[in-house]
Design a protein around this ligand. Structure first.
Ligand code: MG
Length: 384
């Protein structure tokens, strides 16, 4: 079957990898809609290459640059939903950073489209609501993040319930400061934090990998995706990023998913699921790898993991508050307005200050997101 796919966030890191996959498996993947934020020229080139006439650009002021030649160009956040409604795809790949992906995702589920989810915010802020909606509509939520895709693959074919899963073991590269002594974290520069040892990604997520907030967000996502309580979600540092995550069952057996570090693996899997398809991606060569290392994460020196655990256990608006505060703090660090350990401090203080609501309905999480951004900005300006 050739799947009709819409990509939200087509010019970002995941979006461009998805188009690489589309070039490799044209018989199985047809791009019917593309959405980008501001990169007009890149979106225009992508639309030409893949013959896509339905587009969306977040930046409304530049829509006219794309129009013409039988194209329909939607804009703004509503435009994402319009694009999905107009194209009625089999699969929507949601790969936009931030809260903007949530509303179109819920709209796509309502229309019966399967969702390949790469945007962390969707499951962090509203995992409960999204998974419930998906169950109700009978649509699949296919994780594209390498860790969740790995767990998804390890659970495929498992006929028992979640009670037979004793632990999800999420692997972490440990980021560029895995071995840096705690007292030197205060001196970390932006340039150092942007050097990720194994994955090439956008700047925001690269900083999140350095603070381990990326792993914290992934723990919360896993909690909802696989319906496993937080206390059964563990993190292990694995610097080579070959084992993408593991599932431990109650009989003590552990299944792991491995591949070279290339996002084309999880993206292709999500697109051709529930089948598999041969490809030309680089296979693993165990003798060359020689060894795989594992170690405990430094949870006391990198507080992101425990903050995420706390948010995931409490649920409601707290995970969304953590996410929003982290976005604000991450951006302040990238603008050199905040030191590296300050990212954790701003998030922790914001989580303590924003009023908690025990609900994840859309209006509530959007409100909590805004409140967290306000509070985090206040904390930042009080610090400077
Ligand atoms: Mg990941």
């Amino acid at each position: 079957m050739r799947k009709r796919v819409v990509i939200l966030g087509s010019t970002g890191s995941i979006g461009t990898s998805a188009l690489t996959v589309a070039r490799q498996i044209p018989d199985r993947m047809e791009i019917v809609g593309l959405a980008a934020g501001t990169r007009v020229e890149e979106l225009d080139e992508q639309a030409k290459e893949f013959g896509v006439s339905q587009l969306c650009l977040a930046d409304e002021s530049r829509v006219s640059e794309l129009e013409g030649a039988g194209r329909k160009v939607y804009s703004g956040e509503q435009g994402l939903t319009d694009l999905i409604e107009a194209t009625r795809p089999d699969l929507v790949l949601v790969a936009i950073v931030g809260v903007g992906g949530l509303r179109p995702t819920l709209a796509a589920i309502e229309l019966g489209c399967d969702i390949a989810v790469a945007s962390k915010e969707i499951l962090v802020m509203a995992g409960e609501v999204v998974m419930n909606a998906a169950r109700e509509k009978g649509v699949a939520i296919l994780p594209v993040d390498s860790e969740h895709n790995a767990i998804f693959q390890c659970l495929e074919g498992h006929r028992g319930g979640p009670e037979e899963v004793s632990r999800l073991i999420v692997t972490a590269s440990g980021g560029p400061f895995r071995t840096l002594p705690k007292e030197r974290l205060i001196d970390v520069k932006l340039e150092d934090a942007l050097k990720h040892p194994t994955w090439e990604m956008g700047q925001k997520i690269t900083i999140d990998s350095a603070t381990l907030f990326n792993k914290g967000l992934e723990m919360i996502e896993a909690r909802w995706l696989f319906d496993i309580p937080m206390e059964r979600i563990d993190v292990v540092v694995h610097p080579q990023s070959i084992v993408h995550s593991m599932v431990e069952f109650i009989d003590g057996s552990i299944l792991a998913q491995m591949s070279t570090t290339d996002m084309c693996f999880p993206i292709q899997y999500a697109v051709v699921w529930p089948q598999r398809l041969a490809n030309k991606l680089k296979p693993l060569d165990f003798p060359t790898l020689a060894k795989l290392d594992f170690e405990a994460p430094r949870v006391d020196d990198f507080p992101a993991i425990n903050l995420a655990r706390q948010a995931g256990e409490k649920g409601g608006t707290l995970p969304g508050v953590l996410n929003a505060a982290n976005e604000v703090a991450n951006e302040a660090f990238r603008k050199r307005q905040l030191g590296f350990p300050g990212i954790w401090e701003v998030v922790e203080e914001t989580m303590a200050r924003v009023e908690h609501v025990d609900s994840q309905v859309l209006e509530v999480v959007v409100e909590a997101d805004l409140a967290a951004r306000r509070v985090a900005a206040e904390i930042l300006s009080a610090r400077s």
